[in-house]
Design a protein around this ligand. Structure first.
Ligand code: NDP
Length: 334
């Protein structure tokens, strides 16, 4: 997510007040809330798609009864209370775990974003992380620090087995990209999936899936049933020294179990973008571990110019009485 430019909030709210109405639909007002995303950029890209939309930026709400759509990332508890005429909430990202867990969620369709920009960034994060291990760059980083010329004979990519846990919008895109890059890719999900070039496992086949995986990528959403799902049993089922990449949510992983697996060598290295507590606390053991790469929750972000078309389409659809794009089911958690 791009950083918020708080100083520009008021000016942005006046940008999108056009009277143009291509579709002739009454779209009502949209309220934008995010501490991470740039409201000025969102106002610009949505104005291009929906000139008649009344775009408001929190806290410049105006009459709350006029707010029909909320476009928000992690709104604070009680955020939705003033709005009696909401018809759509659009989560300004992929994971809806922060919405699904709350008790004040309005009874309207909740949609998420799933745009090409977000996909491209997630593909690049996971591809880089996998290739860094597959091509032994993590070893060369250490060797360089020690001033050593350390030759490691490269392995053919098709011999390297990469596993992806969770084959949803982003998970499937990541698995396909790894297969296209030449890896031997396996995927696991709760239900059967078919992805070209990827051997797919489901449900109770978890152990067979894990048995040969050398680099495991977590792309599962955080829900009641995935919380701490990746723990000792999963790490023990992998070949000794396997690498682990977490690009979805920290709480899907049992962190103390991961620390123990890294200390014992059962897990040979980890690339972690997400954690139980963010920012990662100063004295967390991950900081001192040579074989752990920490990134600050940015594997992917929402790219406004890529996502605006979907947001506009969802608003149009709901105004016309249809379902929005990328509808989620908060009761199941994603
Ligand atoms: P989706 O919601 O599209 O897909 C979730 C997948 O997980 C579906 O295939 C679903 O199965 C499956 N699933 C759900 N529950 C379980 C379970 N208990 N056991 C096994 N499989 C399960 O998510 P995305 O692929 O788009 O994104 C995954 C996550 O990535 C997001 O939820 C978000 O938390 C995270 N993310 C992280 C970012 C970062 O910067 N680090 C950026 C963007 C997203 P089914 O098809 O049957 O429903």
């Amino acid at each position: 997510m791009a950083s918020a430019k708080t100083g520009e909030l008021m000016s942005a709210s006046t940008i999108v007040q056009s009277t143009d109405s291509k579709a002739g639909q009454d779209l009502g007002a949209l309220l934008f809330y995010s501490e991470f995303d740039d409201p000025v950029e969102w106002a610009r890209v949505l104005k291009a798609e929906l000139p008649s939309l009344d775009f408001r930026i929190y806290p410049d709400v105006g009459n709350p009864d006029e707010i029909r759509t909320v476009l928000a990332w992690q709104p604070f508890p009680g955020f939705f209370e003033p709005f009696n005429n909401l018809s759509l909430v659009i989560n300004l990202g992929a994971g809806i775990d922060s919405l699904a867990e709350r008790s004040d969620l309005p009874d309207v369709p909740i949609s998420r974003l799933s745009d090409s920009g977000m996909m491209a960034l997630m593909r690049s994060y996971v591809l880089f992380s996998v290739i860094r291990y597959a091509r032994d760059f993590h070893e060369f980083e250490t060797a360089k620090r020690l001033g050593e010329w350390r030759y490691i004979h490269p392995r053919a990519l098709h011999r390297i087995k990469v596993g992806v846990l969770g084959l949803g919008h982003l998970g499937a895109a990541v698995a396909s990209a790894l297969a296209d890059a030449g890896f031997d890719v396996r995927g696991w999900d709760q239900a059967e999936k078919q992805i070209s070039g990827v051997t797919c496992y489901s449900g109770a086949e978890m152990a067979s899936f894990l048995a040969e995986v050398e680099i495991l990528v977590n792309m599962l959403p955080l829900t009641g049933s995935t919380r701490h799902l990746i723990g000792k049993a999963v790490f023990d089922a992998l070949p000794r020294g396997a690498k682990f990449i977490n690009a979805s949510r920290g709480l899907v992983v049992d962190e103390p179990a991961l620390v123990a697996a890294l200390q014992s060598g059962q897990i040979g290295g980890a690339t972690l973008d997400v954690f139980w507590t963010e920012p990662l606390p100063k004295h967390h053991p991950f900081w001192a571990m040579e074989n752990v790469l920490v990134t600050p929750h940015l594997a992917s972000i929402t790219v406004p110019e890529a996502a605006a078309r979907d947001v506009a389409e969802s608003i149009r659809r709901v105004a016309a009485g249809s379902k929005p794009l990328h509808l989620t089911k908060p009761a199941r958690g994603y």
